[in-house]
Design a protein. Sequence first.
Length: 176
Amino acid sequence: MLCKGEKLSNIKFKNLLNHFIIIILIFIIDRISKIYLLNLQENGTDVDLYIFPFLNIFLVWNTGIGFGLFSTDPNIFYHLLTFIIAIINLVLIILLFNLNGIRKYFISMILGGSFGNFFDRIYYFAVPDFVDLHIGNFHWFIFNIADIFITIGIICLILVEIFDKNMNKEHNAKNI
């Protein structure tokens, strides 16, 4: 029979395991998409596919951060940027252990995507991006599956913070 402390510890472990599974699943989905496209290119297939009038698959190598920002050749700036990303990942892991509630799911999404891109930075010295959204001749930044999860996680965290602050303001106003 488990005592109260053991039950709480068991629940925390299962909760962290769930978040670890989310991180791994996102990492795997990202890796599979990149490996598929890289294999196509390696086998001589042109990775310039027109899916919809607003969506292309076009493989580019990104040495910067999300959406190709701060792209550089692999040099000291690239390695510094990679080191900063590693520190940010460590901070996110610490947050994952310390946060409660829905925020943990969004941090897990961000970590899953970030680990996918971080792996590429270490293995290829660049990140393969391939999703090209556009309207006519106006093309948005080319990105990948990992970037999608990172972006969704960040947007959701921002929304949670906004709604949480508004709910706290309303609660405090009612109690005055």
